[in-house]
Ligand binder design. Structure first.
Ligand code: PGA
Length: 261
């Protein structure tokens, strides 16, 4: 049974002094059975969020991790440094692909580091608008998954709880979300890609989230799709009212799938 996951990507927002309050408020307003809640603050606010949600069933993630373990990499953070701070990590977010030049191959190496470090990866994939308009969306996402996963140990990645987030780039931060049916079709295509790189039946056990302008108003469209197992929110994830609505709706799906007992 795949878990229902609602993950909050705070991006470059919040400071150590305000992140704890925001996390505490969100935690207290999203206590819903059967939904795994993850908050991914900026690195400098991770400790504050971890402390703020101690005692709540809220998990903490990093937004990135370096592909090396240690060394002369000024300004970077490695997986061993996150021990005791985070249990999840977002890998391959489109903003990092775009602004930090992350390639599928590099993203694959980051998955190795997450695995060794006991961090549960949220691997982000998604096409550009031009790709979708040209009918290439599925091929682009398949390339991303192949580049990152081919040759890697599927059983180990599945055992550490790898989650895939389908985030069409044109939907991120634009207020223009994908259609639920299109996201569900992509979730099916993602599982086909996983089978294509040797995941076999593990593909069906892998959670696929949707991300891209998710709100409490449109999340229903995604969570009513059987192929979709949650959401990765950006802008909405900084707003307690929005998070309360999103997680409440996720709870309905969790109950319908028998996860809420
Ligand atoms: P958004 O961001 O919800 O603000 O579109 C989603 C994401 O980038 O993960």
């Amino acid at each position: 049974m795949r878990p229902i996951v609602i993950a909050a990507n705070w991006k470059m927002n919040t400071t150590p002094s305000d992140a704890g309050d925001l996390a505490r408020t969100i935690a207290s307003r999203t206590r819903v059975r059967g939904v795994t809640r993850v908050i991914c603050p900026p690195f400098v606010a991770i400790a504050a969020v971890r402390d703020a949600v101690a005692g709540e069933e809220v998990e903490v993630g990093a937004q990135n991790v370096h592909h090396e373990l240690a060394g002369a990499f000024t300004g970077e953070v490695s997986a061993p440094m996150l021990a005791g701070l985070a249990t999840w990590v977002i890998i391959g977010h489109s903003e990092r692909r775009a602004y930090a030049g992350e390639t599928n191959e590099l993203i694959g190496v980051k998955l190795d580091r997450a695995l060794e470090g006991g961090l549960r990866p949220i691997l982000c994939v998604g096409e550009q608008l031009a790709d979708r308009e040209a009918g290439r969306a599925t091929a682009v996402v398949d390339d991303q998954l192949r580049g990152a996963l081919e040759g890697r140990d599927s059983a180990a990645l599945a055992a550490c709880g790898l989650v895939i987030a389908y985030e069409p780039v044109w939907a991120i931060g634009t207020g223009r979300n994908a259609r639920g049916a299109d996201a569900a079709a992509m979730a099916d295509a993602i599982r086909t890609s996983l089978r294509g790189v040797g995941w076999g039946s593990l593909a069906d056990d892998t959670p696929v989230l949707y991300g891209g302008s998710v709100t409490s108003t449109n999340v229903d469209e995604f969570l009513s799709e059987a192929a979709i197992d949650g959401a990765l929110g950006g802008g909405a994830s900084l707003k307690p009212d929005e998070m309360a609505g999103i997680v409440a709706r996720a709870g309905v799906t969790a109950a319908a799938r028998g996860l809420a007992s």
